[in-house]
Write a protein that binds this ligand. Sequence first.
Ligand SMILES: [Zn+2]
Length: 293
Amino acid sequence: MFLRMIVTGIVVILFGVLGTLGFVGVKKNADLGKELSKVAVEVKAQGKEIAHLKEELAALEKKGHGGKDGHGGAPHWAYEGEFGPEHWGKQFATCGNGKSQSPVNITAPFEKAAVAIKPDYKPGMLKLVNNGHTVQVIVPPGSKLKVGEESYDLVQYHFHRPSEEQIDGKPMAMVMHMVHKSADGKLAVIGVLMRESAVQNRALWAIWKHMPKAQGPEVEVPSVSINPAQLLPESQAHYAYEGSLTTPPCTEGVKFFIMKNPIGIQKEMIDSFPFKMNARPVQPLNGRKISAS
Ligand SMILES: [Zn+2]
């Protein structure tokens, strides 16, 4: 009897212990389950975070490498430092490996010029922009240039300091590039060298007066009308050669006509031009011939 009681007691105790253990086990399992779902939620959140970071990284990469397609900001280039002319070729292949690049040093011997140029410019409202590389005057439609039988429209003109072109190894104070485009997209540039002079060119003065000092949007000046013809020297004697854009992407197949006679610009105007140096160094001729009219 006593033994039975002991055995029963032991069994009861055992059941009790097992029951407790079992309960604890169930509780533990429930906790573990909760813990697991918590971890799952965290993993999911981290997954989202990683996806978000990946997106951000992709966006940053696009920005940094400056898509040639124009997405994610324009590629960066400059006239000095790590983005200067000697590095343009990394982002713009033609700037580095082109064989007909501009500007050039203009020096004898010259060939006889084969085609005549005939500018036919009209007055129009002054509209200009500081694009961070130069100051550019945007020309309204109507101003034409004839090169032989081909017709071009004057689209814009802009300035470089000092002149990009050199004459016998020497640059001038500044140069104006008048950019013309034909209906089928060909480019012809008239370069007008600018020499320091006390004589005032009124059209030039009007442009300088409204010149935006810092990079920004286009500025319209309805009260000012400019005839680009007033920015040309009297004589149309010029040098001619085949070259390229002097800024990235350095596209080739551009006809250049550099006027032999410079126009004058006053010293204070040269000094107040917003860019101290925005000229690409001269490029090798690589067998190209320069003609003179
Ligand atoms: Zn230019």
